[in-house]
Design a protein around this ligand. Structure first.
Ligand code: PMP
Length: 438
């Protein structure tokens, strides 16, 4: 399990060659290509619980969990059963179903700020649709986003974004015309004075402020409580909508999402709108956006803001999402998940510190991040100070030991309910060997 893949006989290498001839970069989403860390991407054949296996038969402890959705681990029996049953009833109808109503009821029950919700198929659609809705509902054009926050790949939001864009060193995509993003104000994360200035200059033109409350696309950076509090106050004062992009954090950091975490420190705290994705689909293409009834009623067919989707509320995806949401509501689910994730971060920190390597990490629920730095960064420029060659060496040493972390230093990691204490121990042992041998 600790041997690197032999390239000459590697099916991963052969598949990567075939893939690169037909698919740009050999992948259908950029960060999968290992471009930042180098080496051959692993082509995954199957997954179960906390593990997946590549085309060469190598097993990995999976800390990406499909980049967030697989909170129960892979192949949870209750979810598999629900999906199999749904498949037999048909793949897609293009007409409403009972399961969509049930899923909406679950979401509204679990996230108190959401009074109405619409299902879509990807996080990109959710955030893109929220922006249109916020503009339609307020009659304003400007939006605020923060440097290092990634909200999917729609034009207006693809400015100074994190994740794959950070990895490839071009924070703003080519092909996004300046006119399209002229209404997007990009501010520094956790910078209260800059936020206040932006509102005092443009407050009455701002339709919404969109934020990743715990940013997972510049590794793992929390918005401070005073910063979120100020976001809420300014949005209220200027009648702009506060939008939480919880595509990653929703049902991941807590049952009520990051907003429930901030509500513990800010009494009565609620965003106006929320984008959800990843966990609500349990690994099937599914996302959602929702918020106050007053705003949501601007959506077609009730209102003038158009939004639609052939596969929206897909019956198989809703079955998968519903079964997942039922499992995560079991008693102590998040206590156990949070404790396991903290034990991973603590173990890694201890292994590095013992070897005299600067290291720090943070986690909330089943989401974590770590930096080869002495103190936790508060914003994107600070994240960019991380030593990426050192991360790349760490990544490959762990991969060769059968531990699969996100292949880029700008990504958060994920622990699932299927990860055992032994999995964490094996991971920390591999890290200890790496730090000791540096
Ligand atoms: N928002 C956030 C916070 C995300 O992390 C992501 C995806 N990683 C998206 C939006 C976009 O979601 P999708 O990839 O499903 O389009």
């Amino acid at each position: 399990n600790t041997k690197p893949v032999a390239p000459a006989t590697s099916r991963n290498a052969t598949l990567f060659e075939r893939a690169q001839k037909l698919i740009p970069g050999g992948v259908n989403s950029p960060v999968r290509a290992f471009k930042a860390v180098g080496g051959t991407p692993r082509f995954i054949q199957r997954a179960q619980g906390a593990y997946f296996w590549d085309a060469d038969g190598q097993r990995y402890i999976d800390y990406i969990g499909s980049w967030g959705p697989m909170i129960l681990g892979h192949g949870h029996p209750a979810v598999v059963e629900a999906v199999q049953k749904a498949v037999l009833e048909g793949f897609s109808y293009g007409a409403p179903t009972e399961r969509e109503v049930e899923l909406a009821e679950e979401i509204v029950k679990l996230v108190p700020s959401i009074e109405m919700v619409r299902l879509v198929s990807s996080g990109t659609e959710a955030t893109m649709s929220v922006i249109r809705l916020a503009r339609g509902a307020t009659g304003r054009s400007k939006i605020i986003k923060f440097e290092g926050c990634y909200h999917g790949h729609s034009d207006a939001l693809l400015v100074k974004a994190g994740s794959g864009l950070a990895t490839f060193g071009s924070p703003t995509s080519a092909g996004v015309p300046p006119e399209v993003v002229q209404h997007t104000l990009v501010l520094e994360y956790n910078h209260i004075a800059q936020l206040e200035e932006a509102f005092s200059l443009h407050g009455r033109d701002i339709a919404c402020l969109m934020i990743e409350p715990i940013a997972g696309n510049m590794n793992f950076v929390r918005a401070s409580v005073p910063f979120i509090k100020r976001c809420r106050e300014l949005c209220t004062q200027y009648d702009a909508l506060l939008v939480f992009d919880e595509v990653m954090t929703g049902f991941r950091v807590a049952l009520g999402g990051a907003q429930s975490v901030y509500a513990q420190s800010i009494p009565g705290f609620k965003p106006d709108m929320t984008a959800l994705g990843k966990v609500i689909g349990g690994g099937m293409p599914m996302a959602a956006f929702g918020g106050t009834r007053a705003v949501m009623e601007h959506l077609a067919p009730l209102g003038g803001v158009y939004q639609a989707g052939t596969l929206s509320g897909n019956p198989v995806a809703t079955a998968c999402g519903l079964a997942t949401l039922r499992e995560i509501q079991k008693p102590d689910f998040y206590d156990a998940l949070g404790a396991r994730t903290r034990s991973l971060v603590a173990g890694l920190t201890q292994a590095a510190t013992h070897a005299g390597v600067p290291f720090c990490g943070d986690s909330e629920g089943g989401m974590f991040g770590f930096f080869l730095l002495g103190t936790l960064p508060q914003n994107y420029p600070q994240v960019m100070k991380t030593d990426s060659p050192a991360f790349n060496r760490f990544f490959h040493a762990m991969l060769d030991s059968g531990v699969y972390y996100a292949p880029a230093l700008y990504e958060a990691g994920f622990v699932s309910a299927a990860h055992t204490a032994e999995d964490i121990e094996a991971t920390v042992e591999a890290a200890t060997r790496f730090f000791a041998g540096r």
